[in-house]
Every structure is written in structure tokens, then in C-alpha cells.
Design a protein around this ligand. Structure first.
Ligand code: FAD
Length: 301
């Protein structure tokens, strides 16, 4: 079954890897293997790769840069389709409009916008995701979110048909989009920005990156904020006031720099990380009566 998908994917120019260690492809640097990892080189090959998975009865999972995903130590019985640097074209449609492929990193899109003196995306500089992951999550920071700049998104639906959602159909809200519910594969998106001043845009990007470096434990593997912000609270503050800053289970730790981040301090397994997440949820609920919902997507057996 996996051999059939792999050989079709290879014929379509994709790279394939059996028993692929997901620790290599996710920012937490933990977790087990995926049965098969397929890395398409062309957006146009994705419908056929998905069709091959379906024909063979194999589940598939779309991965971007893996910066918001934790794979369990049991790994993934299925095909992981990774949309990264090979499908990352960025083109200018008109003076202020970009068409970006799903694998383009937010960093490269921000740099492209800067080169063209386009403002509106500065907030995303420093978020280590791909465009696809950023749309799916409605990624945001420092008062901005993808919702502010997305014009439309192109996708492949569950029947393998190519389609598009306009801004109004994207249902964008805090760390949620229509794609969080529909299971479609995001292939590209149109981003609408405004003409700005090169030096001002650059200064804003550098300022926000500086704030990240100062406040966030980016020197350790993590998936960013582990939990969503509960209405009326900050997850980090709740965790800190529950006495959990620095709490460690195995190699996983509540960051001493920012309690909202669970980090892979020292060769953590996914189980260490998941156990620490559960411990935090239970302790915060007992102490403060607030349920912390994970922002990081935990997948696998
Ligand atoms: C140090 C650090 C800082 C961070 N800071 C922020 C922050 O400030 N703000 C913020 O919002 N996030 C932040 N994050 C989290 C993460 O970077 C974002 O959620 C990002 O948008 C995820 O993109 P990704 O490509 O890595 O997605 P992945 O982790 O690969 O995937 C995330 C989800 O999106 C889905 N997905 C990915 N690509 C596609 C696609 N093409 N089609 C359909 N579904 C897809 C996946 O199936 C998965 O469910 C941070 C993470 C780290 C490690």
C-alpha cells in the first residue's frame, strides 16, 4: 500500500521517505516515525498524491513547517504530505497583492513584502510557520493576525477538487479557520497589503523580532505557546501563578523565561511533553478553575 503511494509520488517528482522520524520535521524535535513522508515538488502533483492515498485506503496528514504540531512517540500510521520549501513561490499579482504557495515560510513572505515596501505583515515576522499552517491556524502576534491580510485561499477539497474560499468564507477567528474544520489542503493564498515605507516596515519587523528574542525561549525546541489564551486570562500568567514555572517532567520543562511555553529542555520524548501538558492543565484547573486548551496539535498513535 505504502509502496504504491511512494511509487506514484516518485513518478510525480516528489521525495519519499519511509519510517520518517517526525522529530526531524517538527519544531518540538520529539516524537515517533510516520510510515511514509511525501514531499511534493509541485503543487500540481498534490491532488494525485492524495488520490493515491485514498485509493490505497491510507490516511494522510498535511504538514507545513511542523511548528505547531507534536507527534506522539507511537508515530503516525499513514502518509504525511509535507508542504515546504519546494512549493514556496511568491509572486506579485499587482502593486499590493501577493500570491504565495502553501510551503512559503512566513519569514520569506515578510522579506518579500519588505523588498516591495508593502506593509501589513510585520506582525508575522518571527512566527516560524509556513503559509499553509498560518492560514489553517489564523496565526497572529502583537495585535495582528492572518485575518487582517488574507484575501482568498486556494485548496484541494476532500474529493480532490481544486477550489477557493474568499475572505468571508474563511471563518477566521482566534487560532481557527474554516480549514481547521473542513480537512482541505491549502495550496496557496492571496495576501493583500498596503504600500508603506521600507525603513518603517524594516524597523517594525526588527522591533517585533527583538521582543520575541527577549521574551520567548527560542533557544529551545518548542511549538510556541502551548495553550490557547483563555478568555479573560493569559495562559502563561495562570501557569506561573500555579507555581509551575520551571516544572519538569523527563526532558520537558515549563520554560523559566515564559511559562506559556513548554520546551524540550533535554531530549524530551513526546510522552514527557504530553504528560507535562496534562499536569499543567490539571494543576491550573485545580488552582484557578480555568481549563487550558492546547494550541499545539497533538497527532499520532
Ligand atoms: C518559537 C515559536 C514561536 C511561535 N510564535 C507564534 C506566534 O507568535 N503566533 C502564532 O500564531 N503561532 C506561533 N507559533 C506557532 C506556529 O509557528 C504557527 O501556528 C504556524 O502558523 C504553524 O505553521 P506550520 O507551517 O509550522 O504548521 P504545522 O505545525 O506544520 O501545522 C499546523 C496545523 O496546520 C495544518 N496545516 C499546515 N499546512 C497546511 C496546509 N497546507 N493545508 C492544510 N492544513 C495545513 C496541519 O495539518 C496542522 O493541523 C510559534 C511557534 C514556535 C515554535
Amino acid at each position: 500500500m505504502y509502496e504504491v503511494v511512494a511509487s506514484i509520488a516518485r513518478e510525480l517528482g516528489a521525495a519519499v521517505e519511509f519510517c520518517a522520524p517526525m522529530s526531524k520535521y517538527t519544531s518540538f524535535k520529539a516524537g515517533g516515525n510516520a510510515s511514509l513522508l511525501v514531499t511534493p515538488k509541485e503543487i500540481s502533483s498534490i491532488p494525485e498524491i492524495i488520490a493515491a492515498c485514498k485509493d490505497e485506503g491510507l490516511p494522510y496528514f498535511i504538514l507545513g513547517n511542523g511548528s505547531n504540531v507534536l507527534v506522539t512517540d507511537g508515530g503516525i500510521d499513514g502518509v504525511v504530505i509535507r508542504l515546504g520549501a519546494d512549493v514556496s513561490n511568491i509572486t506579485l499579482l499587482d502593486d499590493t497583492t501577493l500570491l504565495c504557495e502553501a510551503g512559503a515560510s512566513l519569514k520569506s513572505i515578510c522579506m518579500f513584502a519588505l523588498e516591495h515596501s508593502l506593509t501589513g505583515l510585520e506582525f508575522a515576522y518571527g512566527i516560524p510557520g509556513s503559509l499553509g499552517g498560518a492560514v489553517y491556524m489564523n496565526a497572529g502576534a502583537y495585535g495582528g493576525e492572518m485575518k487582517d491580510v488574507l484575501y482568498s485561499v486556494n485548496h484541494i477539497d476532500l474529493e480532490g477538487k481544486i477550489g477557493e474560499l474568499s475572505k468571508d468564507e474563511l471563518n477566521l477567528s482566534y487560532r481557527h479557520s474554516a480549514y481547521s474544520d473542513n480537512g482541505f489542503t491549502i495550496t496557496s493564498a492571496v495576501i493583500k497589503l498596503e504600500k508603506g515605507n521600507f525603513e518603517e516596515i524594516k524597523a517594525k519587523m526588527n522591533e517585533l523580532l527583538g521582543r520575541r528574542k527577549e521574551k520567548q525561549p527560542i533557544e529551545f525546541p518548542s511549538a510556541g505557546s502551548t495553550f490557547k489564551r483563555p478568555e479573560g486570562y493569559f495562559a502563561g500568567a495562570l501557569i506561573e501563578s500555579s507555581g509551575l514555572k520551571g516544572k519538569q517532567i523527563g526532558g520537558a520543562q515549563v520554560s523559566e523565561k515564559h511559562a506559556g511555553f513548554v520546551i524540550n529542555k533535554n531530549k524530551a520524548t513526546a510522552t514527557d511533553i504530553i504528560n507535562l501538558i496534562k499536569f499543567i492543565q490539571d494543576t491550573v484547573f485545580e488552582n484557578q478553575g480555568v481549563h487550558l486548551e492546547t494550541e499545539v496539535k497533538i497527532i499520532g498513535k
